[in-house]
Write a protein that binds this ligand. Structure first.
Ligand code: GDP
Length: 169
């Protein structure tokens, strides 16, 4: 049985929930509040989608997003990338554009791109409309899901969509 290895990186402004999404996916729990993303920058997780095994190698930015330009090794060989914004922070949604540009400069041209609008549990404080983000993602040709690392909403769906899209590549 074949195993698809998928190197995945997460991009987006600091504080949008990148590490929390990874933590939820890998450990199925909400990461307790931490000061910053220091520590393991690389995790693995194996999932089976439609009978196919995907072994994810996940690279977190480990706080390097503050410097905007990340190390080329971060993008090298990445099969998929999740660009995360916070649905309660319009500025983090606007910033997705420059994260996409950054990827286009450094990553493989056939990388699978997903946009995740995180903190869906804070719907009452929403600052970015679902329809706005969906039409933007459609234009960019990316997968789009609203997620909550806190409640786990749509985290499995996000990774299922990415798995299927990398398989088609
Ligand atoms: P990163 O800098 O993008 O890696 O963001 P973190 O994962 O460190 O999360 C930043 C802050 O947002 C932390 O206080 C998290 O607990 C919080 N957070 C992350 N995801 C969610 C979520 O889905 N809902 C809520 N309410 N808070 C979240």
């Amino acid at each position: 049985m074949s195993v698809h290895e998928v190197k995945l990186c997460l991009l987006g402004d600091s504080g949008v929930g990148k590490s929390s999404i990874v933590h939820r996916f890998v450990y199925d729990s909400f990461r307790p509040a931490m000061t910053s993303t220091i520590g393991a920058a690389f995790l693995t997780k194996t999932v089976i989608v439609d009978g196919t095994t995907y072994k994810y190698q996940i690279w977190d930015t480990a706080g390097q997003e503050k410097y905007r330009a990340l190390a080329p090794m971060y993008y090298r060989g990445a099969a998929a990338a999740i660009i995360v914004y916070d649905i309660t922070q319009e500025s983090s949604f606007r910033a997705t554009k420059s994260w996409i540009t950054e990827l286009q400069k450094h990553a493989s041209p056939n990388i699978v791109l997903a946009i995740a609008g995180n903190k869906l549990d804070l719907d009452d404080l929403r600052d970015v409309q679902y329809s706005t983000a969906l039409s933007y993602a459609d234009k960019q040709g990316t997968v789009f899901v609203e997620t909550s690392a806190k409640s786990a909403a749509n985290i499995p769906a996000l990774f299922m969509e990415i798995s299927e899209a990398t398989h088609q590549n």
